[in-house]
Design a protein around this ligand. Structure first.
Ligand code: MG
Ligand code: MG
Length: 260
């Protein structure tokens, strides 16, 4: 069952999604070599609760934290801990919030200090592939068109597109129908309709697409140990254009101000 949202519900969900972006901007202010990932998690949890919302991931299926923090060859679902970030790392930070009954879900991959050029290229291509997917998330297109747009952008790089994990509908539940794969055939799958809200989230590996799960029962890593990047937006399907409910603007304003 796919839940179509009313305009009113989408506006509520926009608030939840924007709070995710602001929370990730708080992470952006602090993320640097030497910081422990658990410290970032505390900042995010406090910020979300201060805004009368709840961390969307904490307790979800037993997940123990507010953020999924996945470093280098960790793809997604990394658990924050006492590990310190290092110069040259890339770090996917995924955040969900529940506010006024609706979830927002968004992720951003941060570069820590000086990152190798080929790894920066991976991060950049992954972010661009998200934009390609969003471009076709419009009424009348199909789920496969999103996957096709992402895949046809990524394939020429020779990167691996993770298949075991996919995007998803999002609303009153964190994970709703439909599944939104990051690969696919043009014109395949269910038709996209105004009022669908989906999380589009390419997970792109520098090497092979295969992944494995860590002993902790959560962390997903690349099978070959090469790095992986991940970006995610919560998007409402509309007529003629996609409506991106989450935002990277605050994150990138912070990153820009720290650079100058
Ligand atoms: Mg997410
Ligand atoms: Mg998601």
């Amino acid at each position: 069952m796919i839940f179509l949202k009313t305009d009113e519900e989408i506006e509520i969900q926009r608030e939840s999604s924007l709070l995710v972006g602001k929370t990730l901007a708080e992470v952006a202010r602090r993320i640097r070599p030497g910081i422990k990932t658990i410290e970032l998690d505390r900042v995010a949890e406090e910020y979300i609760r201060d805004h009368h919302a709840e961390p969307g991931f904490k307790g979800y299926g037993g997940f123990p934290a507010t953020l999924c923090i996945s470093v280098n060859d960790q793809v997604v679902h990394g658990i924050p801990g006492n590990n310190e970030l290092r110069d040259g790392d890339i770090v996917s930070v995924d955040c969900g919030v529940l506010m006024n009954g609706f979830y927002g879900d968004s992720a951003y991959t941060f570069e820590i200090g000086e990152v190798a050029a080929d790894v920066r290229d991976l991060v950049s291509a992954t972010k661009q592939s998200l934009a390609k997917g969003i471009e076709v998330a419009i009424d009348g297109m199909r789920i496969g068109d999103i996957g096709f747009a992402i895949q046809s952008f990524i394939d020429p790089y020779g990167y691996g597109i993770v298949r075991e994990l996919v995007g998803h509908g999002v609303g009153r539940k964190l994970h709703e129908k439909p599944e939104v794969p990051n690969y696919g055939r043009r014109g395949s799958g269910i038709k996209l309709l105004t009022g669908m809200v989906i999380a589009i989230e390419p997970m792109i590996n520098m090497g092979v697409r295969n992944v494995k799960q860590e002993q902790d029962g959560w962390t997903i890593k690349t099978a070959d140990g090469k790095p992986s990047a991940h970006f995610e937006h919560t998007v409402a399907v509309r007529n003629g254009r996609a409506d991106v409910l989450s935002s990277f603007e605050e994150i990138e304003n912070v990153l820009q101000s720290l650079k100058s």
